[in-house]
Design a protein around this ligand. Structure first.
Ligand code: HAM
Length: 434
């Protein structure tokens, strides 16, 4: 049988040479998440489908067409889990909230601040910046209703982007979409307005009119854009509490000198949001892939799952998009270091000595490698050069017999033969440039 050597559409191999970009981003996320006292939580990649249909909402793209259902290959045994459909998580938030409730995190000191980082899955049409498996870094602050918390979260994300070197490249879009009390009234106002345009709008908008009227504002079709322009503004129809909350968020952002754009049509593609919604958008890109991250409040979600009424706010950034942005900007990210030591061995006895040296170097925290499959000195030296090792150790047949080793500095090409018992000292001195 001929094997198909091909990754699934919309997925990526994150190759060793790309890892420096990923590590650069992970390091910044971790640094800020920790400094704001977020704790890491990782949830399963598979969850029950209902968790997402309930929270993200029927009629959203994710629930209607983008979830990957998981099935077991050979269902001869009926397990507990088989009764309910499982899916690959299309986002983090719902799983995080499930874990918060299920693990009794309500009894921890509140607010609970959680961060996560890993792959999520959406069946979408793949193109640049849009994948079927992609990584999100996710931040949630649970059990805090204050507008200061909205600002704090935006500040933290802003600092991450600033530290990544992308401050000049992003804009923060911000809006408020109301609460349990005013959101239904806003939806009603919008549908009333749209009624007279139903013959004109695109087919997707006809559907949105019924399932998800706020998302009518998301349509990119030219004919619908004109209708959107004349639609009632969400902000004019917020209740007084929501207006006050939003005004305060903006005032605090002003105080911190964090620039933002009021985007009064920003509704986001998930149903659980209430009040503040925001996106970190690529300034140069106006397409669907321009969002480097997005989030908002979801004050009713925990209660709707049967938990105690608990306000919350969160955000997720798309790592692939951020990597692409960093590459596009040609930001200098230092190359991953080669190993400290490459051990060249010639002959069976030398191989055994190399194995023992690898063990002891691992214990000392010295990064070391060797190619047991290669025999010639030339081939192994070539490999050491390619790997950019700092030092090569050469154990030939003679060295293996008289317990010596040649230590070669790969930077200045000097070398000397030393007794193997002095190796550790000499090596450490060299690595410390003493
Ligand atoms: P989201 O806007 O659906 O929000 O996704 C967050 C980010 O994931 C997007 O801004 C984008 O950078 C990235 N992203 C989305 N789809 C793709 C794709 N197909 N390929 C590559 N990157 C993509 C959420 O997921 C919410 N759970 C955020 C949140 C957390 N809200 C509250 N807490």
């Amino acid at each position: 049988m001929k094997f198909k050597i091909q990754k699934p559409r919309g997925t990526k191999d994150i190759l060793p040479e790309e890892q420096k970009f990923w590590q650069y981003i992970f390091d910044k996320i971790e640094k800020y998440a920790k400094s704001y006292n977020f704790n890491r939580l990782e949830t399963p990649i598979i969850e029950f489908k209902d968790l997402f249909t309930h929270s993200i909402g029927e009629g959203t793209d994710i629930v209607e067409k983008e979830m990957y259902e998981v099935s077991r290959f050979n269902k001869t045994l009926i397990e507990e889990d088989d009764k309910d459909q499982m899916v690959l998580r299309p986002e983090y938030t719902a799983g995080i909230i499930r874990a918060y409730i299920e693990n009794g995190m309500q009894s921890l000191p509140q607010p609970v601040k959680l961060f996560s980082c890993g792959p999520v899955f959406r069946y979408d049409r793949p193109q640049k910046g849009r994948y079927r498996q992609f990584w999100q870094f996710n931040l949630e602050i649970i059990s805090d209703a204050s507008p200061l918390t909205d600002t704090l979260l935006i500040l933290l994300i802003w600092q991450i982007f600033q530290d990544l070197g992308l401050k000049e490249d992003i804009v923060i879009d911000i809006n408020s979409i109301g609460c349990k009390a005013c959101k239904p009234k806003i939806k009603k106002k919008i549908t009333e307005y749209y009624k007279k345009y139903l013959d004109i709008v695109c087919d997707s908008c006809k559907k949105r009119f019924v399932t998800n009227p706020l998302r009518l504002f998301d349509c990119k079709e030219e004919k619908c854009q004109k209708i959107i322009a004349g639609a009632p503004q969400i902000i004019d129809n917020l209740c007084s509490d929501c207006k006050k909350h939003f005004t305060q968020v903006l005032e605090y952002l002003d105080e911190l000198n964090i620039p933002y754009d009021l985007n009064l049509k920003l509704v986001r593609g998930l149903d659980y949001y209430t009040r503040t919604t925001f996106e970190f958008r690529d300034l140069k890109d106006s397409g669907r892939q321009s969002s480097l991250g997005g989030g908002g409040r979801y004050d009713n979600l925990i209660e709707s799952y049967g938990g105690r009424s608990t306000p919350a706010i969160g955000f997720a950034g798309g790592i692939e998009r951020i990597v692409e942005k960093i590459k596009e900007k040609n930001l200098k990210i230092s190359d991953q270091k080669g190993p400290d030591v490459y051990i060249i061995q010639i002959g069976e006895k030398a191989k055994r000595k190399a194995l023992i040296l690898l063990k002891s170097m691992g214990e000392k925290g010295i990064t070391a490698t060797c190619s047991f499959g290669k025999e010639s000195l030339k081939a192994q030296l070539k490999e050491a050069n390619k790997l950019k090792s700092r030092i090569s150790l050469i154990i030939g047949q003679r060295e293996a017999l008289d317990n010596s080793v040649i230590i070669k500095d790969m930077e200045d090409a000097t070398q000397e033969t030393i007794d193997i018992k002095d190796l550790e000292n000499i090596l450490l001195k060299k690595l410390r440039n003493e």
